[in-house]
Design a protein around this ligand. Structure first.
Ligand code: HEM
Length: 274
């Protein structure tokens, strides 16, 4: 079951060219939805205006070489390994969801565009991708997302912001159920196509486009730290450093002679409030 291509049996009822056309339309919907989202929220405009403003507080020029190193670090840390998540459960769940989605989408496209392929690896990867997405997604939905885990709200309370995760979950669940019940054209296939159309057609209303915006934001964050601008936040002073003590002679007045260790602060308990 895991090794058979569920799309192969469909070609008797649905011409391959229609299936290929569907993939192209979904791709265009994602592009269009992302552009509309950017225009509506003015996120690109804000991003560049903010970058220009931040540059005015820069203390030094960041070289092209440093920018290449930063872009590589963003790719390796924030993009490929979800390194922005401090909480390990959130990070693992995001890794499963993200890589599951990528594997599932890429293998779907390859199988549909190469209908003659007899590869058993592609269907296996397709099922593994869908399973990873379902495991990471249900874990997030029932146990990790802030309104349930931290605010104690019901897992079944829905908001428009849930469109992305719910359409991801529906797509993977119906895809697996469709394949495990023998494929073909039927109710499960219709639900699979409906949920994937909502996923790719709903970009404008969902959080889908974060996967394109977050890397740019992560890069910009590194630039403002490297150029000394720090969004006008003060530097991280070491209060035991005599140089810092000379600069701020009034610190002992309100923190004593040996500024105390401020403790773990927000890390004193498990990150559970957002
Ligand atoms: C196929 C690609 C991806 C999928 C399927 C995916 C999926 C998700 C999901 C389901 C959430 C939770 C959203 C919610 O609150 O409803 C999320 C949040 C998040 N994702 Fe992704 N993601 C992807 C790519 C990326 C990339 C490339 C980055 C960063 C470079 C990223 C960074 C984040 C961050 C920081 C959050 C949490 C903060 C927030 O909700 O804004 N994601 N992602």
């Amino acid at each position: 079951m895991f090794t058979s291509n569920p799309f192969a049996g469909l070609s008797a009822s649905i011409p391959t060219v229609y299936m290929q056309g569907y993939i192209v339309v979904m791709f265009l919907l994602v592009m269009g939805g992302t552009i509309l989202d950017m225009l509506h929220k003015k996120s690109a405009q804000y991003f560049f205006a903010n970058a220009e403003k931040a540059q005015k507080s820069a203390k030094r020029e960041v070289s092209g070489g440093e920018k290449v190193a930063m872009a590589t670090a963003v790719l390796v840390k924030e993009v490929l390994t979800s390194g922005e998540f401090d909480n390990p459960r959130r990070r693992i769940s995001h890794l499963l969801t993200m890589w599951g989605t990528i594997i599932f989408i890429v293998t779907t496209a390859i199988m549909i565009f190469s209908p003659g392929s007899t590869s058993t690896l592609l269907p296996q990867l397709w099922h593994i991708g869908a399973l990873m997405l379902a495991v990471g997604g249900y874990w997030f939905w029932f146990f990790i997302r802030a309104d349930v885990a931290a605010e104690g709200l019901s897992s079944f309370r829905l908001e428009r912001a849930d469109l992305f995760i719910l359409s991801l979950l529906a797509t993977s669940t119906f895809a697996l159920a469709w394949s495990f019940t023998g494929g073909g054209v039927g109710v499960l296939f219709a639900l699979f196509i409906l949920s994937s159309t909502v996923l790719f057609g709903g970009v404008y209303w969902s959080k889908f486009a974060h996967m394109f915006f977050k890397p740019a934001a992560a890069f910009q964050k590194r630039v403002i730290m490297a150029d000394g601008g720090r969004e006008n936040l003060p530097p991280d002073y070491d209060l035991t450093d005599p140089e810092v003590q000379r600069k701020f002679p009034d610190v002992p007045q309100y923190m004593g002679k040996n500024p105390p260790n401020m403790g773990l602060c927000i890390k004193a308990e498990r990150a559970n409030h957002y």
